[in-house]
Design a protein around this ligand. Structure first.
Ligand code: ATP
Ligand code: MG
Length: 148
């Protein structure tokens, strides 16, 4: 299957719940490799620019304020079909509609505090990865199946 890269953000609510490790365990278990990672706190401007597509939506100010309210874990995930696979592992935007066993079903409180972000298309993934990472910050490795 096609190897892809996608951008993942562990949002401030999930960081504060100390579930970074559990979320990353799920990604790795499902075949996604973490090929770049950066812990940071987004500025208001970064959050506004990143979610610029939603700037006319009623929830935009709340979204920007939440995304810049505390530290986030920015990551590039790589693997077969990574964009769609990550969205599947994340679950639906509204945790009340998220399938059992997904990250949002297990760790999100509400539609506006929903634990993780994931790119929604390959084109957006490329653009979002370059928003946060230089090419040099993204590494390459394959899973060592002899040790796993
Ligand atoms: P994300 O982009 O964060 O991965 P998503 O792709 O599942 O989420 P989008 O439609 O891109 O969903 O919305 C971006 C974010 O805006 C959502 O994660 C959510 O926190 C917030 N949001 C979306 N729709 C609503 C809504 N109706 N009410 C409140 N917040 C919303
Ligand atoms: Mg989205």
């Amino acid at each position: 299957m096609q190897q892809e890269k996608t951008l993942s953000i562990i949002k401030p609510d999930a960081v504060a719940k100390c579930v970074i490790g559990e979320i990353n365990r799920r990604f790795e278990q499902e075949g996604l490799r973490i090929v770049a990672a950066k812990m940071t706190r987004l500025t208001k401007k970064q959050a506004e620019d990143f979610y610029g597509i939603h700037k006319d939506r009623p929830f935009f100010n709340a979204l920007v304020s939440f995304m810049s309210s505390g530290p986030v874990m920015l990551q590039v995930l790589e693997g077969p079909n990574a964009v769609a696979l990550n969205r599947q592992i994340m679950g639906a935007t509204n945790p009340k509609e998220a399938a059992i066993g997904t990250i949002r079903a297990d760790f999100a409180e509400s539609i506006d505090h929903n634990a993780v972000h994931g790119s929604d298309s390959l084109d957006n993934a490329k653009q979002e990865i370059s928003f946060f990472f230089t090419p040099e910050e993204v590494v390459t490795y394959v899973k060592n199946t002899e040790l796993a």
